[in-house]
Write a protein that binds this ligand. Structure first.
Ligand SMILES: Cc1ncc(COP(=O)(O)O)c(C=O)c1O
Length: 385
């Protein structure tokens, strides 16, 4: 196959080899490890061919500038900044929010910024991280935050300057009302405590009908959104906030090497992902499928580590006395991929995304029956088909 391209000196036929894309797409269809294993679709790849190629360090790329303005508007904030990854967005935003040490960040003990970002807040921001266990076992509430925030600034103290929430966390939704309560309280302090959200999967909370993007966004001074999680873009995240804050983020993004040149190749497919998958309403079907998978596991006698509120299913393999390596091996044998050692402690996590095929789900159901069905039978419970 070729594509015809017109240029200054006439026109050329360029070879177009889509075999790598077909391979990647069919692998994604059987991969339950995360919602970032998706393959960019053809509209996304097409948008890369058509994008502007201005320099974003000099803020001259029209596709990136337009996309940033579009995202700020969608969220009801003043400004936005493209970052290369969710980790970069979180770390740049936290570094920009922390201006005068000593300072502490209060966050859910399980949050990505504490457990999965290579210690970034301590190395890049020099912040004390106060990881709080949610007392209700699900999400942080105002009581948890008030109990653990440091409001004093005596000589021994390290004051809480940022409250960093995460939504969704482990696929569970932080209710809007709890976020609003924490936000009102943080903003009433003197000085106000900066409200930050790792919103890598905020899309999912919105798709689940738990609040609008603007309602959640109004509770935060800044937050990140990821275009690779569930939406299928090849790269990119966005930091949203005020004009003054985004100006600071632009400095820090540059300092960590995140200022990029032809940023349109990142911004263009990311915008397609937001428009087609999030605004196009594709996440709801994925969440319904996740609930069906969770129900199937439970109907066979399995239990879940966390409730399935969006697109994640957390099989409790320990409770079912299933060896994690054996589970991953059996999954591989039936032709699907689950977490093996990529993230320790996440081996029972299955993540639905819009490219998972019906055939992959049937194979998964077969795997459930293989690991649980026989056990139910041996316990004297009726054998399931
Ligand atoms: C909640 C959350 N925040 C941030 C990130 C980091 O994103 P990235 O992998 O693009 O750095 C992830 C990655 O999975 C995540 O799950």
């Amino acid at each position: 196959m070729t594509i015809s391209v017109e240029h200054r000196n006439g026109h050329s036929e360029l070879p177009l080899d889509t075999s790598a894309w077909h391979r990647a797409e069919s692998q994604a269809a059987y991969d339950f490890r995360s919602d970032y294993v998706t393959c960019p679709n053809l509209s996304m790849l097409q948008s890369i061919i058509n994008t502007s190629l201005g320099d974003d360090v000099m803020m001259e790329d029209s596709t990136t500038n337009d996309f940033q303005a579009f995202m700020a508007d969608l969220c009801g904030h003043e400004d936005a900044l493209l970052a290369m990854s969710g980790t970069m967005a979180n770390q740049v935003a936290l570094r920009s929010a922390l201006t005068c040490a000593p300072y502490a960040i209060l966050a859910d003990r399980r949050s990505h910024i504490i457990t999965l970002e290579a210690g970034g807040p301590s190395t890049l921001s020099g912040a004390l991280i106060v990881g709080v266990e949610p007392s209700n076992g699900h999400h942080l509430t105002i009581k948890d935050v008030q109990r653990h925030a440091q409001l004093r600034d005596d000589i021994y103290d390290c004051p809480t300057r940022v409250i960093s929430l995460e939504n969704t966390l482990n696929g569970t939704v932080m209710p809007l009302q709890d976020v609003q309560e924490i936000s009102r309280w943080a903003r009433s302090q003197d000085p106000p405590i900066f409200m930050y959200l790792d919103g890598a999967r905020l899309w999912e909370a919105v798709a689940a009908g738990c609040g609008t993007l603007k309602e959640y966004a109004a509770c935060f001074d800044s937050f990140s959104l990821c275009f690779t999680k569930g939406l299928g873009a090849p790269n990119g995240s966005m930091i949203i906030g005020s004009k003054t804050f985004i100006k600071r983020c632009r400095w820090w993004r540059k300092a960590v090497g995140g200022g990029i040149r032809a940023a349109g190749v990142v911004a263009a497919p990311a915008r397609v992902a937001v428009e087609q998958v999030f605004l196009g309403g594709r996440l709801q079907a994925t969440q319904m499928m996740a609930k069906r998978i969770a129900q199937r596991w439970e109907s066979l006698g399995g239990t879940l580590e966390h409730p399935t509120e969006t697109n994640m299913i957390w099989l409790d393999l320990d409770a079912a006395e299933i060896d994690k390596e054996v589970f991953a091996d059996m999954a591989q044998q039936v032709g699907i991929r689950t977490i093996r050692r990529e993230i320790v402690g996440h081996e029972g996590r299955l993540v639905m995304h819009y490219q998972i095929s019906d055939d992959a789900v049937s194979r998964l159901f077969g795997l459930f029956t293989a690991v649980l069905g026989e056990r139910k039978c041996s316990n004297g419970v009726e054998k399931l088909q």
